[in-house]
Design a protein around this ligand. Structure first.
Ligand code: ADP
Ligand code: MG
Length: 580
């Protein structure tokens, strides 16, 4: 192996002596040895040279304007590639900004590693007041799947290997790796450094289920009158697409995709129960959860949303997930790929079917609901009135139908709810959204990672409020010339744009500028802005932007009165004595 720092650039602090290496080079060498090819981050003391060394060594570094967006990009990269996305931050405040994304990645079960430089422990621990002083390690432990700190340069290889295995194995999640400034600058004998590196073998080992657990699940399914499969983003992450499709199609059981599992089977699939969702949940007697949790997004499996007598089968890699909400009659602990293979090969699979009356009930409800939806989608807005969410989404849907390979990023409240329901996904892992936390601000970070990791065009559909959380990353998108089209659904507010403050001249808490022109934001950075006030203009702008494959932003003016407060989550707002 060549001396680890032979490729250093002029600005790096590398010693000229090729028999030596240092912490910066060891971090990059350890990442490269484990196949990491991209780092998302934001530099400053003490990690600037780490990014320089990475670039000089052929590892791509993408610089952001806010650590949270860089971290969200790393998290999305983790979901899209199945390998930990890397985020690099400075110490103190930069570390904290990144932590939102690390915690979000952990909640979403995305593999991610946040590496941060940190200040001098001997000063931090006695609270003597250092530059950006913060006990980062202790804080990260509480929010990530795990945290590790490297205290000697010769342990960098070990620290990186531990971080990679922890992020990827079992239930994936976010890992924090703390590297004090002094360790980055520590000089070491090059041979010792090279020998200290480790390549992780089989970082996410398959975990086949026990035969007994497979028997139990098959027996329960075989006796079901109204069976239902719920596919979650864990199923998308597992990349068991063919085995899942085989199981669904050979049994004939209707399925419901969670938002990020859309496309695992196409939304237009005849067994999709998405258009009869409420009925399917309320009436199913045996429910098989595949990589989906019975958390708030599924109303905890509780009545009246669910049949109180439903029995559950849960496929999950994490045994502690089982029984976290409803009792699980047939746990299938293992990785989804191995579990689906075991189910498909089970001798009793031929006895599992979906009874006709159940399928007919769902089909009838689906066509009713689809007709109702079509009426919304084709409704014309009154003359002089801005378009509503549905007519806007109808044209977006029609344009995207011609671009099946597109990656769709989606955040907002009403913008999220409506888009999820209207835009079908033909391919797996092509939709990323606010996820398990319902977090805002993921939009542009996720979009950047999707473009960088896949090389495909990306459309990010965001509410005007959601866009604001990461809007400055438009500069990042333009700086790297990424093929991302951002569509801002601009209704001039959080939830809605017609909020009133009866008490003073200040805008209401939910009010944003209705006259804001987000298309002009991208123009400041040399990208192309479009302004659309009608569905026809929106369709034309989106088609053009997708053909050009350049950074674009469409400000799409939406009726401020359309939508509802908190979107589909209105019931989560506590009700007090009086509402102004
Ligand atoms: P959704 O929000 O789409 O319902 P969740 O994020 O709530 O999905 O659930 C994903 C589940 O998938 C988690 O409980 C996680 O442990 C599980 N999971 C992730 N990857 C795998 C895998 N390879 N095999 C089995 N389970 C997995
Ligand atoms: Mg809005």
């Amino acid at each position: 192996m060549a001396a680890p720092h032979a490729d250093a650039c002029a600005q790096s602090p590398t010693p000229v002596d090729t028999t030596k290496t240092d912490g910066y080079h060891l971090v990059v060498d350890a990442l490269k040895l484990n196949g990491v090819s991209t780092i998302y981050g934001l530099v400053g003391i003490p990690v600037t040279d780490l990014a320089r060394v990475a670039q000089a060594s052929g590892v791509r570094f993408l610089g952001f304007r806010h650590e949270s967006a860089a971290g969200h990009a790393a998290a999305a990269a983790g979901f899209l590639t199945g390998k930990p996305g890397m985020c690099l931050t400075v110490s103190g405040p930069g570390f904290l900004n990144g932590l939102v994304s690390l915690a979000n990645a952990t909640t979403n079960c995305f593999p991610m590693i946040q590496v941060a430089g940190s200040s001098d422990r001997s000063i931090i621990d006695l609270k003597r007041g250092d530059y950006e002083e913060l006990d980062q390690f202790a804080i990260a432990q509480t929010l990530a799947k795990a945290a590790y700190r490297v205290d000697r340069a010769k342990d960098i290889g070990l620290g990186v290997a531990r971080a990679i295995r922890t992020a990827m194995s079992g239930r994936p999640g976010g890992v924090y790796l703390d590297i004090p400034a002094a360790v980055l600058g520590e000089v070491l004998d090059a041979d010792t450094g090279t020998r200290s590196l480790r390549q992780v073998v089989d970082p996410a080992p398959l975990q086949p289920p026990t035969p007994r657990s497979v028997d139990r699940a098959i027996a329960l399914l075989a006796g079901a009158q109204r069976p239902l499969i719920v596919l979650g983003k864990g199923a998308a992450y597992a990349r068991a697409d063919a085995a899942i499709q085989r199981f669904v199609e050979s049994t004939g059981i209707p399925f419901l995709p969670m938002s990020m599992a859309k496309g695992l089977l196409p939304d237009g699939h005849p067994q999709s129960a998405a258009a009869a969702r409420s009925l399917a949940l309320r009436d199913a007697d045996v429910v098989m959860l595949i990589g989906a949790r019975l958390n708030w997004l599924l109303n905890h499996g509780e009545a009246p949303h669910w049949n109180p007598d439903a029995r559950f089968i849960q496929v999950d890699i994490d045994p502690t997930e089982l029984d976290s909400n409803q009792a699980i009659s047939a746990p299938l602990v293992g990785d989804i790929s191995s579990v689906m293979d075991a189910l498909n090969e089970h001798a009793g699979i031929g006895d599992v079917t979906a009874p006709q009356p159940w399928l007919q009930t769902l089909a009838a409800r689906s066509s009713e609901n689809t007709a109702r939806m079509d009426a919304h989608l084709t409704a014309e807005s009154a003359p002089g009135k801005p378009m509503g969410f549905y007519p806007a989404l109808r044209v977006v849907r029609d344009v995207l139908a011609n671009h099946p390979g597109i990656y769709l990023i989606n955040e907002g409240a009403n913008t999220l709810d409506y888009t999820r329901n209207v835009i079908g996904m033909p391919l797996p892992r092509h939709r990323l959204d606010s996820g398990t936390w319902g977090v805002m601000g993921i939009g542009l970070g996720y979009a950047i990672a999707a473009a960088v990791e896949t090389g495909q065009p990306v459309v990010a559909i965001a509410g005007d409020s959601a866009f604001g959380f990461s809007g400055m990353e438009m500069e990042t998108i333009c700086r790297y010339g990424l093929p991302i089209t951002v569509v801002v659904f601009n209704n001039g507010g959080i939830y809605k744009g017609d909020g009133v403050n009866p008490a003073s001249a200040d805008p209401s808490p939910t009010t944003l500028m209705r006259t804001a022109r987000y298309d002009r934001v991208i123009e400041a950075f040399g990208g192309t802005g479009y302004f659309a006030t009608t569905p026809v203009q929106l369709g034309a702008a989106l088609s053009t932007a997708l053909t050009l494959r350049r950074p674009a932003l469409i400000d799409c003016v939406i009726d401020p009165a359309d939508g509802t407060e908190s979107g589909h989550l209105t019931a989560l707002n506590p009700v007090g004595v009086e509402k102004p």
